[in-house]
Design a protein around this ligand. Structure first.
Ligand SMILES: C[S@@+](CC[C@H](N)C(=O)[O-])C[C@H]1O[C@@H](n2cnc3c(N)ncnc32)[C@H](O)[C@@H]1O
Length: 254
C-alpha cells in the first residue's frame, strides 16, 4: 500500500519537499567527524538525503533501500552517474542484506513503518558494534491542522492512528538497544501560497493517503472543497496558509 502511494509520487516529490530537505540536512549535520567504508540508507525515496551523502562522503559505497519499487527505479535512473550507489527494493522493518554497516541513516521515512520497535531492532542488528545511526523522523504534530479539520469535516474517513510522538520514538530506540548521543526536536510552521497549493504539495510529497492526513476512503468533491475553504480561513498566515511539521533528529550508537 505505502509502496504504491510513494511510487505514484516519485516524479513530483522533489519539487515540494522543503521540510523533508531540512530534515535530511539535519541528519547529515548531526554526524560526528567520520569517514565510513559503507553507508546504508533506509527509505531513500527520490534520493534527497542520498545526494547530501554523496557530497559529504564522495566515493563511499551507499546501499539505498526503499520499499517502493518505482522510487528505486526513479532514483537509479536519476543517479546513473553514481555507480557507487546500489538501489535496493526492501522493507526497513525486515531487510537484511547479509552484512553490517558502520553508518546507517534515514530521513522522513520510518514514521511510516507498521512496527517502529521491530524496525529499530532490525536496524540495531544491521549496525556494526560501535557504529552510528542518524535518524530524522516526522512526528505526531506534523500536519496537525489538516488532521483536525478532516476530523471535523468527515470523521468517518479520518484515521484514529497518528504518527509517533517524540517520547515514543526515543523509548523505542532505547529499548532496541541504541545509545542516544545527540538529539534535536523542533516544531516549525511552513507557509504555503494558499490551501489548494498546500494540499497539492503534500499530495505530491506522497504524504496524503497516509496516517497523517487521510483515512482509507478518499474525500469526495464537496468534502474536498469544504476542506480547502475551511483550511484557508482557519489557518491563514502571511498572505497564505500555514502547516506545522514536528520533527526530530537522533544521533545513536551501538
Ligand atoms: C517522504 S519519502 C522520504 C525520502 C527521503 N529519505 C527524503 O529524505 O527525502 C519516504 C520514503 O520512505 C519510504 N518508505 C516507507 N516505508 C518504508 C519501509 N518500511 N521501508 C523502506 N522504505 C520505506 C517510502 O517509499 C518513501 O520513498
Amino acid at each position: 500500500m505505502i509502496g504504491n502511494r510513494f511510487s505514484a509520487a516519485a516524479a513530483t516529490y522533489d519539487r515540494h519537499a522543503r521540510p523533508q530537505l531540512a530534515l535530511a540536512q539535519s541528519v547529515v549535520s548531526m554526524l560526528p567527524e567520520m569517514y565510513p567504508e559503507q553507508i546504508l540508507e533506509l527509505g531513500c525515496g527520490t534520493g534527497q538525503l542520498t545526494r547530501l551523502l554523496t557530497q559529504t562522503f564522495p566515493e563511499v559505497l551507499i546501499d539505498a533501500v526503499d520499499v517502493a519499487e518505482k522510487m528505486i527505479e526513479h532514483s537509479r535512473a536519476k543517479f546513473a552517474r553514481y555507480p557507487h550507489i546500489n538501489w535496493i527494493v526492501g522493507d526497513a522493518q525486515t531487510w537484511w542484506g547479509g552484512e553490517r554497516y558502520p553508518l546507517i541513516v534515514s530521513s522522513s521515512a520510518l514514521h511510516w513503518v507498521a512496527d517502529l520497535k521491530a524496525t529499530f531492532e532490525n536496524i540495531f542488528e544491521l549496525l556494526e558494534p560501535g557504529g552510528t545511526f542518524s535518524l530524522g523522523m516526522m512526528l505526531q504534530g506534523t500536519l496537525k491542522e489538516l488532521h483536525s479539520l478532516r476530523g471535523e469535516i468527515c470523521p468517518e474517513k479520518t484515521p484514529a492512528i497518528t504518527l509517533p510522538t517524540y517520547e515514543e520514538t526515543k523509548a523505542c530506540l532505547q529499548e532496541a538497544g541504541f545509545q542516544l548521543e545527540r538529539r534535536k526536536h523542533s516544531e516549525e510552521e511552513i507557509v504555503y501560497e494558499d490551501a489548494k497549493a498546500f494540499l497539492k504539495a503534500i499530495h505530491e510529497q506522497g504524504v496524503t493517503g497516509g496516517k497523517v492526513s487521510t483515512g482509507n476512503a478518499p474525500l469526495n468533491r464537496s468534502e474536498l472543497s469544504q476542506l480547502v475553504a475551511d483550511y484557508q480561513e482557519a489557518f491563514a498566515s502571511d498572505g497564505g496558509v500555514y502547516a506545522t511539521y514536528e520533527t526530530a533528529t537522533f544521533l545513536l550508537t551501538k
